[in-house]
Write a protein that binds this ligand. Structure first.
Ligand code: PLP
Length: 418
């Protein structure tokens, strides 16, 4: 449930008219509802209240400082996958002891940064990484808190690009070999084993694969305990899906019940890393129609493009299109496309939509996750602004980039000026 609704035909974010914000900040822009962010975080967190747990919001879904701070204020931790995300989390005020660091390619510098800041644990994904971490910790004169990210080989039935827990993917270590690796890790002097992790994929719409993953992780954890290897944390990753169109994902309550049931004979602190389910439907992308072209195929050209929201191009993802000011009347089938010089630059394809006209405002719904955070400057388009609504007021939480921002850090070597 979210707080983007039409009232008297006009789209509102909570109590604020979207049109009014567009007038003030220009288009395109991302718009988030604070009340929705809080509601979604709390719904997820409280679903696990009977289990010792920590919700580490997955920063990569939406890493704006204000969004991170919202969850930090609610007691959340953060799941980061790069030094840059760690920096953001710390800037937003995250408690380092609530930060988990995942990722298949952590650099030496990133590992040092994480250890110096005192993160809760590094989720290790390769044997070489394990030894590198041990070596770095030794130089720093500390013990590195780690867990292994295991690959439980479960097909989450989602888009192949976001399925991460099957053997063919680059993620994690083969669960069947994990026991041996834990034994080795136990012998390394500068490591402290904290737990077991997994993350099987994103936009999952069934609880089955999560339960199956936990079952396998639990088996491993109990084996480890049998050998005196302490498993204080079980990190089950993120991945719970949302409704973009007609999907019917389980409610966090249902997901939690299934996990609690499966996990009851494995007492430990459970970590969850939800991203999309918290922020996905808490944000929209607002864009303006520039032109319409009619012919064999109809096109609505808007001022937002694949560089602003890449999900349709990258995954063929469906994003609902809504009029900011309801038009009524006839509809037609058209593609909604951006100004970028690529045929893959579209926000919607062969979609039944109102007869939009130049100047109309359009809301691309469910754009709060993997929207701005995946945006780029392709075609030298400044990245758009981000706005947060709370209690009848709105706040600019990221300024639109300027042309000067686009060339920041670029240099012309002297020989070109000769
Ligand atoms: C992307 C990711 C998440 C978040 O996934 P969602 O589908 O957005 O919940 C959590 N953990 C890890 C390790 C990830 O890579």
């Amino acid at each position: 449930m979210h707080f983007f609704q039409h009232k008297d035909g006009l789209l509102h974010c909570e109590e604020v008219m979207v049109e009014e914000i567009a007038r003030e900040v220009g288009t395109p822009f991302y718009l988030y509802s604070y009340r929705t962010l809080v509601r979604h975080f709390r719904a997820f967190d409280s679903a696990f209240k009977e289990l010792p747990h920590l919700v580490c919001y997955s920063a990569k879904a939406n890493s704006n400082l204000a969004v991170l701070k919202t969850f930090i204020n609610l007691g959340g931790g953060v799941d980061v996958v790069s030094g840059g995300e760690l920096f953001r989390a710390l800037r937003a005020g995250a408690d380092p002891s609530k930060i988990v660091y995942s990722g298949v390619g952590k650099s030496e510098e990133e590992i040092r940064y994480a250890l110096n800041e005192g993160v809760l644990m590094l989720n290790v994904e390769s044997y070489q990484e394990l030894h590198l971490i041990d070596g770095i910790a030794s130089k720093l004169g500390t013990k590195a808190p780690i867990s292994f990210r295991v690959n439980p080989d479960i097909d989450p039935q989602t888009h192949p690009y976001i399925a991460t827990g099957v053997k063919q993917t680059k993620f994690g270590i083969d669960i069947d070999r994990a026991l041996g690796w834990y034994r080795d890790a136990k012998e390394l002097p500068h490591l402290e084993i904290r737990g077991v992790s997994c993350h099987i994929g994103s936009q999952l719409t069934e609880v089955g694969p999560f339960v199956e993953a936990l079952r396998r992780v639990k088996e491993l954890a109990l084996q480890l305990r049998g050998e005196g290897i302490e498993v204080e944390y079980v990190d089950l990753g993120g991945g719970l899906g949302i409704t973009y169109h007609q999907e019917e994902p389980p409610h966090p309550q249902e997901y939690a019940q299934a996990i609690i049931e499966e996990g009851k004979d494995l007492p430990c602190t459970y970590i969850f890393e939800p991203g999309r389910v918290i922020v996905g439907n808490a944000g929209i992308l607002v864009t303006r129609v520039l032109y319409t072209k009619e012919g064999e195929k109809n096109f609505v050209v808007v001022d937002a493009a694949m560089n602003d929201l890449v999900r349709p191009t990258l995954y063929g993802a469906y994003q609902e299109i809504a009029s900011v000011s309801e038009k009524g009347g006839d509809e037609k089938v058209a593609d909604m496309v951006g100004p970028i010089c690529e045929s893959g630059d579209f926000l919607a394809r062969d979609r039944l939509m109102p007869y939009f006209e130049p100047g109309d405002l359009v809301a691309v719904m469910s754009a709060g996750a993997y929207g701005f955070s995946m945006s780029s400057n392709y075609n030298s388009r400044p990245r758009v602004s981000e706005v947060l609504v709370r209690d009848g007021a709105f706040y600019l939480i990221r300024e639109r980039e300027s042309y000067e921002d686009l060339i920041q850090g670029e240099k012309i070597p002297p020989f070109l000026d000769e």
